[in-house]
Design a protein around this ligand. Structure first.
Ligand code: PLP
Length: 370
């Protein structure tokens, strides 16, 4: 039978599955599976979103002029060098489409954010994974895998799902070791959560180098995941390229208005950061005290490794948590089947998480399936 055939690579894609929002049994549950903001968005962002309800028949400002100006003010950047997207996911896909195709390689670290691999396959390019050290990107291993076919190197910094990051110095060394015609995309989706003094989001590198782009999002600290708003900052040349291929109205007006209001509400941002600063270390200490392996994280989530014994493993823990109304993220798709990724929640949820995991580890072994 003759039927339309997709381009090579597309059928190799296992569609991305987001964090579950409901347990198998249904009923009320706390979603700790998607690294969303525990405290939610700024009330001013909600207000701004509602305020445009009367103008839904109007096309959005396709250039995101006010939003780019607001981002520029907030981060001290030239708005002309910013492109907004329907989430940073859209920008990741556009960057791959613009710079890589069949025969090209897209490099990422072994447990890097999954979208890089999927975007590469969707464009017909070949994803190449470089090994990590202790679940942290390894600059030398990445550079060693650069070939004449490499077009893009993606680095999530900090990385999801591992929570690890490269220091400003390591990042600069990675950039310096890359050929000038390889695009380095620094995905800093969690930058606003990081306090480490040796961290840099990559904006400075992108300001100075033609081959560096950074991507950011309103989905995490700003708490606007539902609206799909992200942005990238790069050289005028890269910005021009992405503007040629993006959809002309890729960010909706309610999303633009809410994002501007969220940016201006610096108090709410400080609350979100303070919440994470308090509960991320608290959770990590409590989970370590339960005897679990918990990777250091500078994001708003923890990667937690479970014992490899039946009844105490990650699959059993996931089922047990779900039965108690808590939804973690299984990590099989990331090649980490012994781990769960757990987002920082509200105070009550964090306490509940620790108590449920204590019961799981100290009680009789549990069945893996519900
Ligand atoms: C959540 C996340 C994104 C995607 O964010 P959107 O802007 O919602 O598309 C990108 N990169 C990493 C590493 C993430 O964890």
């Amino acid at each position: 039978m003759v039927a339309p055939r997709p381009r090579p690579g597309i059928l190799e894609i296992t569609p991305y599955v987001g964090g579950k929002a409901e347990t198998e049994a249904g009923g009320p549950a706390v979603k700790l599976s998607a690294n969303e903001s525990a405290i939610g968005p700024s009330p001013k962002a909600i207000e701004a979103y509602r305020a445009v309800a009367g103008s839904l028949h109007r096309y959005p400002d396709g250039a995101c002029t006010k939003l780019r100006a607001a981002i520029g003010r907030r981060f001290n950047l030239d708005p002309e060098r910013i492109v907004c997207g329907a989430g940073s996911d859209e920008l990741i896909a556009l960057l791959v489409r613009a710079y890589a195709g069949p025969g090209d390689e897209v490099l990422h670290s072994a447990h890097g954010f999954l979208m890089y691999r999927l975007a590469a396959l969707a464009a017909g390019a070949h994803p190449v994974a470089a090994p990590e050290r202790e679940l942290k990107a390894d600059v030398d291993a990445l550079l060693a895998r650069v070939s004449s076919r490499t077009r893009i190197l993606f680095l999530a910094n900090p990385n999801n799902p591992t929570g690890s990051y490269l220091s400003a110095e390591e990042l600069a060394r990675l950039r310096a070791g890359l050929p000038e015609d390889v695009l380095l995309v620094i995905d800093a989706a969690y930058a606003e959560f990081v306090s480490a003094p040796d961290y840099a989001s990559g904006l400075e590198l992108a300001r100075e180098h033609e081959n560096v782009v950074t991507t950011r999002t309103f989905s995490k600290l700003f708490g606007l995941a539902a609206l799909r708003v992200g942005w990238m900052y790069g050289s005028p040349r890269v910005v021009d390229v992405i503007n040629r291929i993006r959809g002309p109205f890729n960010v909706s007006q309610p999303a633009q208005e809410a994002a501007i209001a969220a940016l201006e509400d610096t108090e709410h941002q400080a609350r979100a950061k303070a919440h994470n600063d308090r509960w991320l270390p608290w959770l990590r200490e409590r989970l370590l005290a339960l005897g679990l392996r918990v990777y250091p994280s500078v994001g708003n989530f923890l990667l937690v490794e479970f014992p490899r014994e039946p009844g105490r493993d990650a699959a059993a823990a996931e089922a047990f948590l779900e039965r108690h109304g808590l939804i973690p993220r299984a990590m099989g798709a990331y090649g980490l089947p012994h781990a769960l990724r757990i987002s920082v929640g509200l105070e009550h949820d964090n306490h509940k998480l620790v108590e449920v995991l204590r019961a799981f580890l100290e009680g009789p072994p549990h069945a893996g399936a519900l």
